[in-house]
Design a protein around this ligand. Structure first.
Ligand code: NAD
Length: 495
């Protein structure tokens, strides 16, 4: 049916009527004014980042991105302050929630990880500009945001990874939609809800961090392929790393590791033992950087095992190691893809649980179990994520480095050496070529915990960005001013 075109008097009447209705309409529900001013279109404010649909989450994160753009560095700083404060102040409550939901790791470390990521994740201080000035004016290189980032997070540190990602991504001016691991989705949602509620109350921007509340592989794929997502950042094991590397979007990939340790005859064995226990026992060996297998030169092998016992670890007999291996490492996959994986029932469990599974009697407060194994014991090549370490006897440091290289699978993630021989350090560093290489300390020192440097729980290995910072989540933008601000040529040119 054709519609009649209204005449000029009709239009005037319609305008009068609309104005009259606007004057009598009730005011809209009170909402905090966004720092950057109101946004056109339907708003998702009030959802505090929790969505069941990827489309809705990306749309809300896009709206939040435009508000953040207008809020400047000051707005980013305020938002980040809330994420830091909640991660630190609510660490006991949220850490306990994560511990009960995921059922892996150690309660005290779940709490500590939240506090650490809240306090130490790199923020806006990393966003600086570079300037080139010369005869022809100047060029300013700025670090601009990508927009909405799609993030995948692991079960091993569900909320701490979100804290770290959110701080660095927002510092770079971005917003983020997270597809969390299904086994850590509740604590992830609770943290995200608290972050957004506080930020919204303070600066009027909601949904800077969005979360898919019922995450699946399908929602992950939808996030990877969404037109509104400008960059992907995944933190996880081999399957998700492969999926991200094959995606059509640019991806920051924090992939798996299997960090080997080499101990040679020049090492301080007691210091090495204390370091190995500190790194490998942390959160029951869930960290991707944590010591997973140890190669010791024969000359000091027995002394090193004695040092481990002196430092408090429990040594298993050969029969006990065999019993534990049979229970802890199982086969997965089909045909050529068949490979050993950690058994879910023992992954991230306490050292006492592993000791009992092996048939040993643990003492109160035991942190780590260890034992001598052959180089082909499945604990050696498997990223087992348990507080048990296989120790392999090697003829000399060359063999130890060679075996360490083999066990790392070319992930180029993390390696550790205890030695005072610079040539051995250099040889291992060159051969393994890992993103983190720690000498004479625990693996966590590689993230600045007891060592130097900054920290992140997303260490981009195959894509090469390393320990991620806000700059990882920015793109370079160049602003060029030609000839002006320069006095060249004759004085008359100025008049
Ligand atoms: P995981 O690989 O099982 O899961 C990680 C995330 O990826 C989860 O959210 C999961 O749902 C998702 N996922 C899995 N397969 C996927 C696919 N095909 N497509 C899309 N999403 C997929 O790992 P996890 O057990 O949660 O965490 C432990 C692993 O993560 C270890 O391998 C560890 O080394 C690695 N990790 C790496 C870093 C790093 O910084 N490099 C940090 C933490 C953990």
């Amino acid at each position: 049916m054709a519609t009649a075109t209204p005449s000029c008097p009709d239009i005037a009447a319609i305008v009068r009527q609309v104005i009259a209705e606007l004057r009598t309409a009730p005011p809209p529900a009170a909402a905090p004014a966004a720092v950057g001013g109101p946004v056109a279109g339907p708003s998702s404010a009030g959802r505090h980042g929790i969505f069941t649909s990827v489309d809705e989450a990306v749309s809300a994160a896009t709206e939040a991105f435009h508000q953040l753009e207008r809020s400047g560095i000051a707005g980013r700083k305020k938002a980040i302050e809330h994420i830091r404060r909640i991660s630190i102040d609510d660490a006991v409550e949220l850490g306990t929630m994560e511990f009960h939901e995921t059922r892996i790791g150690r309660l005290e470390h779940k709490i500590e990880k939240l506090q650490t990521l809240g306090a130490r994740s790199p923020g806006v201080e990393f966003i600086t500009s570079e300037v080139f000035s010369g005869d022809h004016g100047l060029a300013v290189i700025e670090h601009a945001p990508f927009g909405v980032i799609g993030a995948i997070t692991p079960v091993t540190h569900s909320l701490p990874t979100i804290t770290g990602n959110a701080v660095s991504m927002i510092a770079g001016g971005n917003t983020v939609v997270v597809n969390p691991h299904p086994s850590g989705k509740k604590v992830a949602a609770e943290g995200v809800r608290r972050f957004n509620a506080a930020i919204h109350r303070d600066i009027g921007i909601d949904n800077l961090v969005c979360l898919v509340a019922e995450p699946t592989l399908d929602t992950a794929a939808a996030l990877f392929n969404h037109r509104g997502v400008k960059l992907i950042c995944v933190t996880g094991g081999p399957a998700v790393a492969k999926a991200a590397l094959q995606s059509s979007k640019r991806a920051i990939v924090a992939g798996p590791g299997n960090p080997p340790v080499v101990v040679d005859q020049t090492a301080d064995l007691d210091r090495a033992a204390r370091s190995i226990i500190q790194g490998a026992a942390y959160d029951n060996n869930l960290l991707c950087i944590a010591e997973k297998q140890v190669f010791v030169v024969a000359e000091v092998f027995d002394k090193m095992l004695a040092a481990m016992e002196r430092a408090g670890a429990l040594r298993l007999t050969g029969a006990q190691v065999d019993a534990l291996t049979a229970k802890a490492i199982v086969m997965a996959g089909e045909g050529a893809h068949r490979h050993p994986v950690p058994c879910k029932d023992l992954l991230g469990q306490d050292a006492a649980v592993l000791a009992r599974a092996a048939g040993a009697n643990p003492r109160e407060g035991l942190e780590l179990v260890f034992g001598e194994t052959a180089p082909d014991n499945p604990f050696v090549p498997t990223e087992q994520m348990m507080p048990f370490l296989p120790f392999v006897r090697c003829r000399d440091v060359d063999e130890a480095i060679h075996r360490a290289h083999e066990s790392e699978h070319g992930f180029r993630h993390t390696a550790i050496i205890h030695s005072h021989d610079v040539r051995a350090m250099t040889k291992m560093g060159r051969l393994l070529d890992t993103t983190l290489f720690v000498k004479n300390g625990p693996s966590v020192a590689g993230l600045g915990l007891g060592g130097e440097g900054y920290l992140s729980f997303s260490i981009a290995t195959p894509t090469g960005e390393g320990v991620t910072t806000p700059l990882t989540f920015t793109r370079q933008r160049r602003c060029t001013l030609v000839d002006d601000l320069r006095i060249l040529g004759s004085a008359e040119a100025l008049t």
